[in-house]
Design a protein around this ligand. Structure first.
Ligand code: AMP
Ligand code: GLY
Length: 420
């Protein structure tokens, strides 16, 4: 099978690594890829937001299966164009990808499915939004409706912060994404992520994870795309996960199918858990990054079989072979991230790192120059290890971190503290 993966981050390196473990894969191309991916697969430059360009590429390279990593090509309808052209693809239609692209859309689907989530109001007018905030008081959560690269959510602990957020969003700080806002009830509890494959009809859980969003130790400081993650998430016990599946995932997926927008691909549910009751915080229509890295290390080669079964509508007959293991990934970022940081510094020590079914250093933002690996992004490496316990996985990951020689980088030393 000839496979094309779209994307260029640590998530795509982990997907590529898992796909390469599977003997079914004859050829793997990743577009655009990165320096780490280039060590295990072919990388190609391609406009991954253009459905026509991706379809052409598939025809020219005899691609049998496309795995879409990030949300942007999905929102652009790249999966639709591939399906129209008869190419097997893992990833939802643009219509179904609205579950991530529009917060108000998701809230309305939850209403229709009677799925537990935060109460909300949806506003296109700043004054009405402010009146809602004044009527409900703080804490309260203000969200730009559209895709805002993870920056469109303000959890306001006081009323003024929420009112200011309305001014910012209607003032255009978030572009078109801010012309509509969703204002939500603040939910207390512990957050965890639940990953489910959906083939339009059937759902198959493929793992749980928790990430650390804040840049600083003890979960302090600015928000980031994620400084580390681990799987499984202890807070999402089998019983609570089953509740989430039956009360949230399956009912919302049924509403999507009933409305002619069957969901196909991986569904990433952000859940808030309190008193053993899960509530939906948000849906994403892709794997989490860096959550994907820990899931792929745990699933290994079967990830390809599962994604293929999902794309072919055969999930009813698929099953996950679980090992009783744990995985952790530690993100190495460029100093300054998530603020301004330098690009181009050289990273040494990577060649000596182990590459086994339990230890992998996935590249997120790297390039190569004069035979050396250089940092090209904010989040740069995802050092990932697996073990019989979370503690063992943590020790494995930090042992690898300590072998990496990159003075311009940093990481949190406490990934997993909540669970441990
Ligand atoms: P989202 O992009 O919707 O996941 O929001 C980003 C983060 O904001 C979430 O991971 C939560 O930590 C927080 N958040 C979002 N909505 C709520 C809510 N209704 N109550 C409490 N925290 C929230
Ligand atoms: N790690 C959070 C995300 O991928 O959205």
């Amino acid at each position: 099978m000839n496979i094309l993966i779209l994307g260029s981050g640590g998530r795509e390196h982990a997907l590529a690594w898992a796909v390469m473990q599977n003997p079914k894969c004859d050829k793997l191309i990743v577009a655009p890829g990165n320096a780490g991916i280039a060590q295990i697969a072919d990388c190609a430059s391609l406009d991954i937001l253009s459905g026509a360009a991706v379809v052409n590429f598939c025809e020219e390279n005899a691609i049998d299966f496309v795995i879409v990593g990030p949300e942007a090509p999905l929102a652009e309808g790249v999966a639709d164009r591939l399906r129209d052209a008869g190419v097997l693809v893992f990833g939802p239609s643009a219509a179904a990808a609205k579950l991530e692209a529009s917060k108000s859309f998701t809230k309305e689907i939850c209403d229709a499915a009677n799925a537990p989530t935060a109460g909300y109001g949806h506003f296109t007018d700043a004054e009405a939004a402010k009146a809602h905030i004044r009527a409900n008081g703080a804490p309260i959560v203000v969200k730009a409706d559209g895709l805002a690269a993870g920056k469109g959510v303000i959890v306001a602990m006081d009323e003024q912060t929420a009112l200011d957020a309305i001014d910012d969003m209607f003032g255009g700080e978030f572009g078109d994404a801010g012309a509509e806002v969703v204002i939500e009830e603040f939910m207390e509890g512990e957050e965890a992520s639940y990953f489910i494959l959906v083939d339009g009809e059937d759902c198959l859980a493929i793992g749980t994870a928790q990430d650390h969003k804040r840049v600083g130790e003890g979960d302090t400081g600015l928000n980031t795309g994620g400084m580390g993650a681990y799987s499984p998430a202890p807070v999402l016990s089998d019983a609570i996960a089953e509740k989430a599946m039956n009360e949230i995932i399956k009912p919302t997926m049924k509403v999507m199918a009933d409305r002619g927008m069957p969901y196909q691909g991986v569904l990433y549910a952000g859940l808030m858990i309190k008193d053993r009751q899960p509530r939906l915080v948000e849906y994403n229509v892709r794997f989490g990054d860096p959550e994907c890295q820990v899931l792929m290390l745990r699933l290994g080669a079967q990830a390809l079989d599962l994604m293929q079964a999902c794309a072919e509508g055969r999930l009813a007959e698929a099953q996950v072979n679980w090992a009783d293991d744990h995985a952790m990934t530690v993100v190495l970022a460029a100093k300054g991230y998530p603020g301004a940081y330098e690009k181009g510094s050289v990273i040494n020590g990577l060649d000596a790192l182990p590459e086994t079914s339990s230890e992998m250093c996935f590249h997120a933002g790297t390039g190569s120059k004069d035979g050396q690996i250089i940092a090209t992004g904010g989040r740069v490496l995802n050092v990932t290890a697996r073990g019989a316990s979370l503690k063992e996985a943590q020790e494995g990951a930090y042992a690898m971190v300590d072998q990496i020689d990159w003075p311009e980088g940093f990481c949190r030393r406490d990934i997993g503290w909540r669970a441990l």
